[in-house]
Write a protein that binds this ligand. Sequence first.
Ligand SMILES: Nc1nc2c(ncn2[C@@H]2O[C@H](COP(=O)(O)OP(=O)(O)O)[C@@H](O)[C@H]2O)c(=O)[nH]1
Ligand SMILES: [Mg+2]
Length: 204
Amino acid sequence: MSRLNYQAARFLTSAPTLAKCPADGGAEVAFAGRSNAGKSSAINALTRQKALARTSKTPGRTQLINFFALGEDADHRLVDLPGYGYAKVPEKVKLEWQRHLADYLRRRASLRGLVLVMDVRHPLTEFDQTLLGWADEADMPVHILLTKADKLKRGAATSALQQVRSRLREWEDLVTVQLFSALKKQGLEEVHARLDDWLLAERQ
Ligand SMILES: Nc1nc2c(ncn2[C@@H]2O[C@H](COP(=O)(O)OP(=O)(O)O)[C@@H](O)[C@H]2O)c(=O)[nH]1
Ligand SMILES: [Mg+2]
């Protein structure tokens, strides 16, 4: 059983930039990942809501940072970051967003951890690796979801998991990895446990 009530998640606000984010108090966990990786679907599965974070077959539309509060107050938050890597976004906009993201990781005091969502069939893209580098610099723990695990046979999924773990061995103090499927609701408890740990930890 998770300690926080993820089903009670509600939309709080959207922000176009870090400067317009809600007050930097309490604790939050941000979800990042390539467009179409399955980020919104993961948030919906974790909160058992069908359309809390919009899912879309047209990736890359959301360029806003969306905040969700777990319950009445806004002390515990999930944050849906804009997806990256969408081809139709102009290069200038991409670079601008990357700068914001790096700032957010460095400066957001309430940010306790990053959930990095990757398609299990296409893990560790170039920008995933860039992001891991920034997280490392910011000393920000990362939990990786290898999602869409339902698209692979069990053996292939397990071997993808092992490969990613071994490629990330140098970061094993900061990074954890698991298989996930929003479609099959696979791996929810493991994510909830990680989110509980981060969101309920005493500030150091
Ligand atoms: N089979 C399968 N498809 C998924 C899963 N998660 C997401 N998808 C599909 O992948 C596409 C992109 O998902 P979405 O959550 O919008 O990705 P986002 O751009 O990262 O937020 C949609 O068509 C989803 O239905 C999953 O666990 N299994
Ligand atoms: Mg999305």
